[in-house]
Every structure is written in C-alpha cells, then in structure tokens.
Design a protein around this ligand. Structure first.
Ligand SMILES: [Fe+2]
Length: 240
C-alpha cells in the first residue's frame, strides 16, 4: 500500500518536474530585456538540474517496482502545473517560474506527510530544497531595484503616442511668379540662343572629283596665203 502511494506521488513529481523543465527552457530560449544574461544563465542551471532530477525520480519508481510514465501526454495528465503561456515580458516569465517552483514545493510538503518510505521521503525533501532555493533566487532577482524598475516599465501600458502634427505638403513652385517682370528682348534672345541645339559637326566634304577636261580643238587654220595675196593686189590697185 505504501509502495503504491509512493509511486503515485513520484509519478506526479516526475510530471511536475518535467513540465517545469520545459517551462524553464522556454524562458531560457525566449527571454528578452535588461536582465537577459542573468535569467538566461539561471534558467540553464535550473533546467540542467531538473534534467538530472527527472532521471533520479523515474529510476526511484523503477526501484520500487513500478513503471515510469514517459510521454508528454502522461505528464500533462498528471501535473499540477499549467503549461507556460510561451511568451510575454521577462517579469511575467520570472513570475511564472517562481510560482511553478513554489507550487512544486507545496506539493512536496504534502507528499512528505504520510510517506513511510524513508528513501522516497528523503528524495521529496531533497527536491523541496531545490525548488525552495529556485523560488528564492527568482524572488531575489526581481527585488533588485533596477530589475524591478525595468519590470514596472514593461508592465506599464504603453502611453498613447501623441498624434503627429500635420505638416502641410509643400506647394509646388509657381512656374511664373505673378510679380515677375516681362522678359526683356535681350533676355529672350539669350534664352533662344541657349535653347538652340548645338550644331552637329558637319561631315567632312567629299573630295572634289575634277571633271575631265575637254580635249582642246585644234586652232582654226589661218586664212590661206592665196586669199591674202589677192586682197593685197586689190589694195594696191585701189591705191594706184
Ligand atoms: Fe542555452
């Protein structure tokens, strides 16, 4: 009868310890905030210790001739703890771990009462020491003024952000200010000149090919000598 009672208590302690180990790892993995390194280190120490503890508890059950539960379904069915919310700020995470350690310690005090198995009772007392110490350490961390202040600021609802002042969109600059003087002729000419596209460099002129010179016709033959002599005779006659 006492053996069955011990096995039942050990089974619940195993389930509680396993769920607490996962809760502690959850905080180890997901904690953010100012005391990150402290919490990250403390959780690692605690889940490592719990990993050894669940083995000792399960093997005590086997030593008593019982069978140890070994599935999450079994653990969730027997644990007195609630599963972690899986998020939140560091203060709520630490509170969850503090409460879980206190809850296991309270259960262990009940387990010690009425146990007539000294070895199992001794195990319960040892585990009580561990969980009381863990709860004290978490409470001490939260008592640190800087951590407490950080926890307060995290817990405080975010102040409503003041609406951003309306900033008038800049008006597009007028293309022609009303007060602008009419452009002078010289200014217009300058603008026109500036707008005038730069003349493209004209391609080099093709080399001139000289047309072949027409072959010169032979000069006309001078009047024949006979014609000239006839004219001379006539001229002499006219003179005589
Ligand atoms: Fe780690």
């Amino acid at each position: 009868m006492s053996k069955d009672s011990s096995l039942k208590k050990l089974s619940q302690l195993l389930a509680d310890s396993y769920v607490l180990m996962l809760k502690t790892q959850n905080v180890h993995w997901n904690v953010v905030g100012m005391p990150f390194f402290t919490i990250h280190t403390m959780t690692e120490q605690q889940y490592t210790e719990l990993f050894t503890a669940v083995d000792v508890i399960a093997e005590r059950m086997r030593a008593l001739g019982g069978k140890s539960p070994g599935t999450m379904k079994d653990f969730l069915a027997q644990t007195k703890l609630k599963e972690g919310a899986g998020g939140g700020d560091f203060a709520s995470m630490v509170k969850e771990l503090t409460d879980a350690n206190n809850a296991i310690s309270t259960e262990l005090k009940k387990m010690v009462d009425g146990t007539d198995d000294p070895a199992t009772e001794d195990l319960f007392v040892q585990r009580m020491h561990v969980h009381d110490k863990a709860a004290w350490m978490w409470n001490s961390l939260m008592a640190d003024p800087m951590v407490a202040q950080a926890a307060k600021s995290v817990a405080a609802p975010a102040a409503k952000a003041a609406p951003a002042p309306k900033v008038a969109a800049p008006k597009p600059a007028a293309t022609k200010p009303a007060s602008a003087k009419p452009e002078s002729k010289s200014a217009k000419a300058k603008k026109k000149k500036a707008k005038k596209p730069v003349a493209k460099a004209s391609p080099a002129p093709a080399p001139k090919v000289e047309a072949p010179k027409p072959v010169a016709k032979p000069a006309a033959k001078p009047a024949s000598t006979s014609k000239r002599s006839g004219r001379l005779v006539r001229d002499i006659k006219n003179v005589g």
